[in-house]
Write a protein that binds this ligand. Structure first.
Ligand code: UD1
Ligand code: UDP
Length: 372
């Protein structure tokens, strides 16, 4: 049999982290030829992941531009990927999750009649505008895809409800756990400013926040709640690796600068970030991926959003939805900081997102698809 030519398309930091183990799996197997196309919707935040996992893209659309709109991203990815697909002979295109790179990359493949595998398929919040534009990106990508790699049974159920054929849905776990397990080490030593943090005597609270639907008042509420937490709990150290989007950095700096137990730092490379999760006490986040990773390391997560497309985590009690009002966020996080029993309940809950073997399963299913 000829090698299966798989083109993975991704562009942002989380897609890169979650696709990297899969790219490495294809590179390892002789049945596949791996072709990587990055859109570089993110630049620095993408490149550090490519370096870490030693991935050299064959194509780099280099589309990032400060202040560009979602439509700009869509146009550039659609045209850029189309140009590549016209000259590169590809058997299947793989996209990941719910970014604009994901949807526009899948649309370009569809227009060129190339089958699409959707990794991390079937997540739904059932609110078209939250997360925005991710909920619509993933719904549209499901319409375009041939193979659907769903992390959980619940994700599979969502796809069945939308009339996706059961034979094309595969429950695989989430590749983020493959990535996480490959970089976290209990004896990890930071080689940056985190080396000075007193992880033994301080409760480290790790904060991340970037979602578009939180821009404006919700984001101000979140940072005000964090400020109250820092002032009323002198035994905590808040660490916020700020997303590179300038919109977020400005609000965060205004509200949180000048607090001695809050560190506003640059985004961390994935290896130190994953190890920082492992050494933290509590996580406050509006990120999707971190809701899957942190419980894998026994760390409770307070979700800074009104809903989540990861209900299995809520059910498993590894995460709590705090919403976007200052008082609620303060109270839920404050309880976990000060009530050991409540904290331990969450810390001991079992993570529903996988066992570190998802990439292998996905590669096996793709092989079977072509063998048929
Ligand atoms: C994007 C995705 C979102 C995903 C998130 C993960 C869309 C519309 N949004 O949101 O789904 O959850 O990534 O982080 O697909 N920037 C840099 N350097 C970088 C990365 C970003 O300077 O390496 C700055 C640039 O000014 C860029 C801006 O951040 O224009 C926003 O990036 P963009 O990809 O448009 O949106 P995100 O908010 O990062
Ligand atoms: N992450 C990282 N460095 C940071 C913050 C996050 O490497 O400073 C990783 C994190 O471990 C997770 C991913 O980036 O795997 C989450 O990305 P993000 O929150 O930007 O996007 P989302 O998961 O919400 O799509």
């Amino acid at each position: 049999m000829n090698k299966i030519r798989v083109m993975t398309i991704f562009g942002t930091r989380p897609e890169a982290i979650k696709m990297a183990p899969l790219v490495k799996e294809f590179e390892k197997r002789q049945e596949f030829e791996s072709i990587v196309c990055v859109t570089a919707q993110h630049r620095q935040m993408l490149d550090t992941v490519l370096d870490l996992f030693d991935i050299t893209p064959k194509y780099d659309l280099n589309i990032m531009k400060h202040g560009q709109s979602i439509t700009d991203i869509t146009n550039k990815v659609l045209k850029g990927v189309e140009d590549i697909l016209k000259t590169e002979n590809v058997d299947i295109v793989l996209v990941h999750g719910d970014t604009t790179t994901t949807f526009a990359g899948a649309l370009a493949a569809f227009y060129n009649k190339i089958p699409i595998g959707h990794v991390e398929a079937g997540l739904r919040s059932d609110n078209m505008y939250s997360p925005y534009p991710e909920e619509m990106n993933r719904r549209l990508t499901s319409k375009l895809a041939t193979l659907h790699f769903a992390p959980t049974n619940g994700n599979k159920e969502n796809l069945l409800r939308e009339n996706v054929e059961e034979k094309n849905i595969f429950v695989t776990g989430n590749t983020v756990i493959d990535a996480l397990l490959s970089v976290v080490k209990n004896d990890y030593k930071f080689s940056n400013e985190l080396d000075n943090i007193d992880f033994e005597n301080k409760k480290v609270v790790l904060l991340t926040c970037h979602r578009r639907e939180n821009w404006g008042r919700p984001m101000e509420n979140i940072f005000k709640a964090v400020k109250r937490l820092a002032i009323s709990n002198k035994d905590i150290q808040v660490i916020f690796p700020m997303h590179m989007n300038p919109v977020i950095r400005e609000v965060a700096t205004n509200i949180l600068k000048d607090l001695e137990n809050v560190n506003l730092i640059e985004p961390l490379d994935y290896e130190p970030f994953a190890n920082l999760i492992n050494k933290s006490y509590l996580i406050l986040t509006d990120s999707g991926g971190i809701q899957e990773e942190a419980p894998g390391l026994g760390k409770p997560v307070v979700v800074l959003r009104t809903e989540t497309e990861r209900p299995e985590a809520v059910k498993a009690k590894t995460v709590k939805i705090a919403g976007i009002e200052e008082d609620n966020i303060f109270q839920i996080a404050n309880e976990l900081i000060n009530d050991k029993k409540e904290y331990e309940k969450m810390a001991r809950a079992i993570n529903p997102y996988g066992d570190g073997k998802s990439s292998k399963r996905i590669a096996d299913h793709i092989l079977q698809f072509f063998q048929k």
